[in-house]
Design a protein around this ligand. Structure first.
Ligand code: FES
Ligand SMILES: [Fe+2]
Length: 352
């Protein structure tokens, strides 16, 4: 869906890399993100880092080498690097040389770790070894000591644009996610939702959850929800229950390459019952995501023949906003000008 002059990927933004538990101390983990090969690691002090996954010597993935929590050693000629990606030793070079190894550096990506989640900043240019992020990492709602639980990771067989549209599209919910305990097509109603711009996207203003979702009625007390979408692909649902409790449910999309996108779902709840209900809650979340994955598999077959697609009316308005936000973000990066959000406050209607 990218237009000429526009690329599929948005750069100079933070992407969800993984839940913090998936990065083990003293271990390396290879990932592909936005088509880039990246090696993540967690050092002996529990600090996460990310480097370009190519040895500067002959390009072998550093993730194939050895790591002891301090030094990464390439598996080919044994060059050694510290956690910052600076070369500290080349074993084959005799000691009485005058080569300054520390001038050899592996590109290091900015990393942000908060609430047990790991985020990576993907710059548009890697000219400097020490890239400075142009935007702050995403706002995760929680206090610093609160931790997200990990619900699920799946690989959608679709590019980031289709994946985002699948995430923010309200109309598929009735047909993809219908099940006896959630919704039924018999109870469809006209919904009216108010939207406002946010720094990198838009939000559905705080409202009482729809009463044809049984999933919500199990939460006692006065509840309200606010749903935010921001580029590159983060959907945050913030539910307030009475005056004391909150639930934060975040779905993130990280492009792996042009054909695949990783979806992650993380969850936080201050309700004490969550501890006991975690297993069924996790299963419910996984079932939901499995339903999306199911329709995405069908979609990817359909897209093989390159059909013409359309975005129609208010149910598809958010998808149009996404495309417009994306276009303006890319223009702002190319011209080095501030991003101006094109979304205006407005009300949308749809039937679900
Ligand atoms: S390729 Fe890594 S040390 Fe030669
Ligand atoms: Fe869905």
């Amino acid at each position: 869906m990218a237009q000429p002059n526009e690329s599929l990927y948005l750069k100079n933004l933070w992407y969800f890399a993984m839940h913090g538990d998936h990065l083990k101390r003293g271990k390396l983990l290879a990932r592909e993100i936005l088509g880039e090969r990246i090696v993540f690691g967690r050092d002996e002090n529990n600090k996460a880092f990310a480097l370009k996954d190519n040895c500067p010597h002959r390009g072998v993935p550093l993730s194939e080498g050895w790591y002891d929590g301090k030094v990464i050693q390439c598996c080919y000629h044994g060059w050694q690097f510290n956690n910052e990606g600076t070369c500290i030793n080349i074993p084959a070079i005799a000691p009485d040389n005058n080569i300054d190894f520390t001038k050899i550096k592996v590109f290091r990506y900015p990393i942000h770790e908060a609430n047990n989640t790991v985020w990576i900043y993907i710059p548009d240019k890697k000219l400097h070894y020490n890239v400075q992020p142009k935007v702050a990492p995403p706002e995760l709602v929680l206090d610093p000591d609160q931790k997200f639980l990990h619900v699920e990771s799946v690989v959608l067989p679709a590019n980031i644009d289709h994946s985002v549209i699948g995430l923010i599209d309200p109309a598929h919910v009735t047909f993809v996610h219908q099940s006896w305990y959630w919704r039924s097509t018999k109870k469809m109603k006209v919904k009216e939702k108010h939207f406002e711009p946010t720094p990198l996207g838009f939000k559905m203003a705080r409202h009482a959850p729809s009463n044809n979702s049984k999933g919500y009625s199990v939460l006692n007390g006065k509840t309200s929800t606010e749903i935010t979408f921001e580029i590159p692909g983060n959907r945050t649902e913030h539910i307030l229950i009475g005056t004391k409790h909150q639930v934060v449910s975040i779905t993130t999309l990280t492009p792996i390459n042009e054909h695949e996108t990783e979806l992650n779902h993380i969850f936080y709840s201050s309700l004490p019952a969550t501890k006991w209900l975690w297993w069924p809650l996790k299963k419910l979340g996984q079932k939901f995501i499995g339903q999306d994955l199911g329709v995405f598999k069908k979609l990817s077959k359909g897209l093989e023949s390159g059909p013409t697609l359309m975005l129609i009316g208010e149910p598809d308005a958010q998808s149009k906003w996404y495309q417009e936000i994306k276009r303006i973000w890319q223009k702002a990066q190319q011209e080095n000008i501030p991003f101006e959000n094109p979304v205006k406050p407005q009300t949308l209607h749809w039937v679900t």
